[in-house]
Design a protein around this ligand. Structure first.
Ligand code: NAD
Length: 450
């Protein structure tokens, strides 16, 4: 049955209707209006699925999307312009350019942790680039998925955008079809399955994955500010953020004062939420149990309170964690922050390198040499100096991982590029014909010289 849906979407793109800039702007505007119309329902679904509270959801889900749509609406006239490029003099009479065209029908598979943002942000790029799209949101946030499906049904014709609700099986069925591009956000384990399935149809694939993102606190960091920004970035959404600091590496000279600041700042920012029961829930029992087991992996310096029925865990700081403990074997994706000491920057670098490429990296230091050392010597998707998470909120920065943390990028212009095929064109003059090219030996020499 999804075969028909895909055929209808491809047909719609082939008519050329989606190529008109006015059409694309109209769809983006419709998406914006849809988000406004359904905002109340979406926010209450988020509360029901994740206990995510309105002020936080407005900021990290809705405001983010409006910013991306506004940028696309403002910039699309520029983005679609063919890009002129140089032509070597050996091609006398020619000019060259790169045009963009939509892929066709794209499949967007999204996770549960920011279910609205991570479903619709890729859609903005897909629509700006003139594609049709099938969206497969997560089954772990079913109420939010259901409102998203209803909102899309009421806003877009199915030949342009459709939501298919379902679990891994549904996603696998969709992945067996010849979509023209796949955009997947989720775990590395599932990312590998997606890539394998995409290979069958040679479908271009963007993978937005996760990993263990370190935060490094140098001896020359402003400790109070560092602690505050780290606590916020880590414990927002109960640590269920793909770019949340996963673990902290702290210069041993400032370890004790930093730890004190981290405890104070975490308590100040989150204790009210924990007491009121307004802190974000852990998504399901399986993840709750996984996180609960991690609490035994070290000394609880702060937090550790749990409420299994409500799936609530207070922001927790762990110290004295062995580097080979289970908590360091996989992405934590919950409100637990292990804090380690390092003696030298070389030791911190070696520790980060011993794990797969992280999605994000954060360095806190007032010393520019130290900032450069860590950001240049280590490989990671993207990150911040003296902040956490904020690189993902700047639509002028491409967002994506490297290796184990992902393939490809999006946000802002990069979303448009990700969902566009780059079509290279060379136009040759017909008013003259240089005989040179037909002389094989000579042209070979020319190419070698060039
Ligand atoms: P997940 O990989 O379990 O699921 C993501 C999506 O894939 C869901 O829609 C799910 O239904 C689908 N899926 C599950 N099994 C599948 C299969 N066998 N075949 C095809 N599709 C399948 O991830 P999750 O638990 O929803 O999300 C958490 C992970 O996502 C974390 O690793 C996190 O770091 C990562 N993440 C990354 C980003 C990013 O932007 N890079 C953002 C958010 C989350």
């Amino acid at each position: 049955m999804y075969e028909t849906l895909l055929a209808v979407q491809k047909e719609h793109v082939f008519t050329g209707a989606t190529k008109a800039v006015a059409y694309r702007k109209q769809q983006l505007q419709k998406l914006k209006t849809m988000l406004q119309t359904y905002e109340k329902e979406l926010l209450s679904a988020l509360r029901a699925d994740l206990n995510k509270q309105e002020p936080e959801a407005r900021m990290v889900e809705m405001a983010f999307l409006h910013q991306e749509i506004d940028l696309a609406l403002e910039s699309i006239d520029e983005w679609v312009k063919p890009m002129k490029v140089k032509t070597p003099t050996s091609h006398a009479g020619s000019k060259s350019w790169v045009a963009t065209e939509p892929y066709g029908s794209v499949l967007i598979i999204s996770p549960w942790n920011y279910p609205i943002q991570l479903t619709f942000a890729p859609l903005i790029g897909a629509l700006a680039a003139g594609n049709a799209a099938v969206l497969k949101p997560s089954e772990l946030t079913p109420r939010t998925s259901s409102i998203m499906a209803a909102a899309v049904r009421a806003t877009f014709p199915k030949e342009l955008v459709t939501v298919v609700e379902g679990d891994a099986k549904t996603a696998e069925t969709l992945l067996n079809l010849p979509f023209d591009s796949i955009f997947f956000t989720g775990s590395a384990a599932v990312g590998k399955i997606v890539l394998e399935k995409a290979a069958k149809h040679m479908t271009p694939c963007t993978l937005e994955l996760g990993g263990k993102s370190p935060v490094i606190v140098d001896g020359e960091a402003k400790l109070k500010l560092a602690a505050k920004r780290i606590a916020w970035g880590k414990f927002l959404n109960a640590g269920q953020t793909c770019i949340a600091p996963d673990y902290a590496l702290v210069d041993e000279d400032v370890y004790e004062p930093f730890l004190e600041q981290l405890k104070t700042q975490t308590y100040t920012l989150f204790s009210d939420k924990t007491k009121e029961g307004t802190y974000t829930q852990i998504v399901n029992d399986k993840h709750f149990e996984r996180l609960r087991r991690y609490l035994d992996n070290g000394h609880i310096a702060l937090g550790g309170q749990i409420s299994p029925q409500a799936r609530l865990m207070s922001p927790t700081i762990l110290t004295n964690v062995p580097w080979d403990a289970p908590i360091m074997q996989e992405e934590i994706f919950g409100p637990i922050l292990p804090v380690f000491r390092y003696k030298t920057p070389a030791e911190a670098i070696q520790k980060v390198r011993s794990l797969p490429n992280p999605l994000a990296l954060y360095v806190f230091s007032e010393n520019e040499r130290v900032q450069r050392l860590f950001t240049e010597q280590l490989s990671f998707g993207g990150g911040c100096i003296n902040d956490t998470l904020m690189h993902a909120a700047n639509p002028y920065l491409p967002f994506g991982g490297k290796g184990a943390s992902g393939i490809g990028a999006y946000h802002g212009y990069e979303s448009f590029r990700t969902f566009s095929h780059q079509k290279s064109l060379l136009k040759q003059s017909t008013t003259f014909d240089v005989p040179f090219r037909y002389k094989q030996g000579k042209i070979a020499n020319t190419f070698i010289r060039n």
